[in-house]
Design a protein around this ligand. Sequence first.
Ligand code: GAP
Length: 443
Amino acid sequence: MDKLEKIVSLCKRRGFIYPSFDIYGGLAGFYDYGPLGLALKNNIKQLWWKQFVSTRSDMFGIDSALVTKKEVLRASGHARGFADMLIECKKCKRRFRADHLEDKKKCSVCGGVLGEARQFYMMLETHIGALEDEASLAYLRPETAQGIFTNFKNIIDSFHPILPFGIAQIGKAFRNEIAPRDFLFRLREIEQMEVEYFIRPNAWHKAFEMWKQEILKFIRTVGIDEQNISQLEIAEENRAHYSQRTVDFEFDFPFGRKELYGLAYRADYDLKNHMDASGVDLRYHHGEESEPFIPHTIEPSLGVERTVLAVLLSAYTEDDPPAGGGEEKRVMLKLNPKIAPVKIAVFPLLANKPDLITKAKEVYKILQPTTYNLQAPIAWDDNGNIGKRYRRQDEIGTPWCVTIDFQTLDDNTVTIRDRDTGSQTRHSVAELDRYFSDMLLLL
Ligand code: GAP
């Protein structure tokens, strides 16, 4: 099994991520989050929100509609431009991305003759109201960005911000990808963490560099292996229709070096098109100092699922079994404790000693407020021997295990075992709350 297969299997087995609708055979490009995956994803989104929005004074957070009026996506160019050139095999009817094919004449699968390249629209459509006709057509948004541009005037009118400022949101986006694949890498339903940062046109170089650094900082914070990150300047002919400069942050996935995040200079493309199409003035005017003008935009766009995948790939570790064989490999998710779905696991040393169970429950209760403040569940495990319990927690990335043993009954101390070093230290029960809060603050 390669590393990706091992992660897919771990995610399903331990309650991180399941293929959607799997009792009905699944649906390509859709995944559901189980309790641990949801906690991991929420922790990642919280870190992003903290860094990109709540600790900055120049940022406004919003949450806009997913179903999008067709006029918006016509103005943005998505209804026309959001399509890949595809080539269909005349014999087996398989479709290939034209820019991925070396031989554009012969099908690499069945040897059949390939047709002409043509466009394939990548937006998911829906209809609003009772009739399914052209008038009721709407789209599930292909990016969260358009909800930001359509709220630009609302933010100006409510908050009167001074340039530069940004509008941010985290939310779902939908793409009718022709070939969803590689687990969470290419999906049809995704979540994006996006900022549209509005600037004066002559300030775009500086803002672009600033957001580059912020993306790199986030990559480090969330625990993605920086050694596997590279930046790729996208050539003009390969850029999205709205972009005047794009840098992709790529990650070395097991299936190749691929885009993790994008940073684009969208200039005045979106606001200008929405102003033309809606007839509403979207220019910015501050005091009497200058003529009204359309601000330009820098957009850092980060996919939640690709983050989850890169985090899991960076954290997945296997220890070789000890010489002489016997034991299986130890699997560990070396997750940053800040995003680990479970922060602390509590074990009574033996499951059949009532005194130990009562004391362990007391400790478990004491730790509840700590983990509640961290918005993390606390695990309880009294099943099997201690070694097996450690392994179960290592596999889901729990940073600390607290064991209640016979000494605890005498002196009110417990052992704390550290996931990454395996070291065990004794601490008084009274100082546990403080100990874990300090550990997490230090990270
Ligand atoms: N608003 C700009 C935008 O949507 P994009 O490069 O198409 O740009 C941004 O998407 C990010 O969203 C990507 O860098 C990636 O992290 C994520 N993403 C895009 N399409 C995806 C897909 N089909 N599956 C998983 N993630 C995807």
